[in-house]
Design a protein around this ligand. Structure first.
Ligand SMILES: [Zn+2]
Length: 441
């Protein structure tokens, strides 16, 4: 397949980086076509491993190699190893187990390379003369960068560009109901299930899901991300009870069964699939026109993967994203440009460019604008003003500040001011009160 001009540019940048450093990361969001681009590189490579970590991801690679007429074999459980192929599609686990018996290739390509920190990859990443890491989110789940695996990163055009150029679908984003985020507690890389259960118990979100779906995306093929298998099953049941054909997809089921569910979804026999993380990767179904978040996540990777499932391009589609758990407050909108770097989260400014407005009338979320692009309601910027001071971020709640000013104004005498200072827990209320008092005169 002929590469697009942007792909050609990225490819030559990658080639240069590989020649110079022998290892490089390609950061490219869904829709860029990183498999297609990689296939072009494979054409001129002596031998290569294309390493994936889920069987489901095989298909996309197979299809591309097939289309491009590239000779390939397998290193995967249940598939016999036949020597002499140019490219091997490898399951990471199988490859790690057999790594000493199989000749090293010229180039090692690692797909979904944010997983590279997993033990399975220890032996794989040291092999080959050249190494290419592919990912949309070049960061390990613990927030560390991928710098230890490759010294250079090449970035594909951002999602906003891909949307403008019709390689990804545009989206509309609504955050119609919300859980109390104060209840969420981290456990490992994400929120613990029990804390999400607690947060849900205090909200009415379960009942709301169907209602919001019907309001914003009635009849549209949808994926619902839930925080637990139980929640996914219950949500599917609720959809069914509302007359909407739905099924839940769990991590315990095999790929074949997963395929059946996907086929039913593609054929329109199913309208909604609920899941925890089964459908995050490798389910590229252009028909998906709605993504619903009932899973609060602290992981930018999960958030990006989930939203990406709805953005596959088809003419005329606008994906509806219903964020019932406020994930946008942590990760911004799906097309937020992220300044990835090799050092990881510590270095990149995680909050600086999360500038999202939520319409109080229709709950649409959008980039700062004077009025809501959905309903035209004027945007009242009251609660969140983000100020940047010396590289440090200070979040000032304007509304709260005004309230405090009023409160201070009510304290007219010096004694009243001292009392207010005490109530607010100031270390030296008298000194503060005197300062305010003198300032008034
Ligand atoms: Zn609005």
């Amino acid at each position: 397949m002929k590469l697009t001009p942007d792909q050609v540019e990225v490819k030559s940048e990658l080639r240069e980086a590989l020649i110079k450093h022998r290892a490089a990361i390609l950061e490219a969001s869904t829709g860029f076509g990183k498999t297609t681009l990689t296939a072009e590189i494979l054409k001129t490579t002596q031998s290569a491993w294309f390493v994936v970590h889920r069987k489901r991801l095989f298909k996309d690679v197979e299809r591309t190699l097939e289309r491009e007429g590239i000779d390939y074999g397998y290193i995967a459980a249940g598939r016999p190893y036949v020597a002499g192929h140019k490219v091997y599609i490898c399951m990471a686990r199988t490859l790690a187990n057999r790594i000493d018996d199989i000749p090293e290739p010229h180039l090692v390509v690692i797909d979904e390379a944010h997983n590279v920190a997993a033990k399975t990859y220890d032996k794989i990443v040291t092999k080959g003369n050249f190494r290419l890491l592919l990912t949309a989110t070049p960061e390990r789940s613990d927030g560390r960068g991928l710098g230890e695996y490759a010294p250079v990163m090449v970035s594909a055009p951002p999602m906003t560009w891909l949307i403008e150029n019709k390689r990804l679908s545009p989206f509309r984003y609504f955050a119609p109901s919300n859980i109390d985020r104060k209840d969420l507690k981290k456990q490992g890389a994400d929120f613990s299930n029990s804390s999400v259960d607690d947060a849900f118990q205090k909200s009415t979100i379960h009942g709301d899901c169907i209602e919001h779906y019907k309001k914003h995306a009635d009849g549209v093929t949808a994926l619902v991300f839930c925080h637990s298998i139980k929640a996914a099953q219950e949500t599917a049941e609720q959809f069914i009870a509302a007359g909407i054909p739905a099924a839940s997809l769990e991590s315990s089921i095999g790929d074949d069964e997963g395929d059946e569910v996907c086929e039913a979804l593609a054929a329109g026999n199913l309208q909604v699939v609920t899941s925890v993380n089964m459908v995050l990767e490798g389910y590229d179904l252009p028909a998906i026109g709605c993504v619903i978040w009932k899973r609060p996540t602290d992981s930018l990777i999960v958030s990006k993967q989930g939203n990406g499932r709805g953005l596959r391009y088809i003419e005329g589609k606008t994906c509806i994203i219903l964020d019932l758990v406020g994930n946008y407050t942590r990760h911004g909108l799906p097309d937020r440009v992220i300044d990835w770097n090799l050092e990881g989260k510590k270095k990149r400014d995680t909050e600086a460019n999360i500038a999202v407005r939520e319409c109080k009338v229709c709950q649409a979320c959008f980039s700062p604008a004077p009025e809501c692009p959905e309903c035209g309601a004027p945007v009242v910027v009251e609660e969140r003003v983000i100020k940047q001071t010396k590289g440090e971020l200070a979040e000032i709640k304007q509304h709260e500040m005004q309230e405090r000013k009023k409160e201070r104004g009510k304290a007219q005498t010096l004694d009243q001011l001292v009392q207010l200072g005490k109530d607010r827990g100031y270390k030296n209320p008298k000194f503060w009160a005197l300062k305010v008092y003198k300032g008034r005169k």
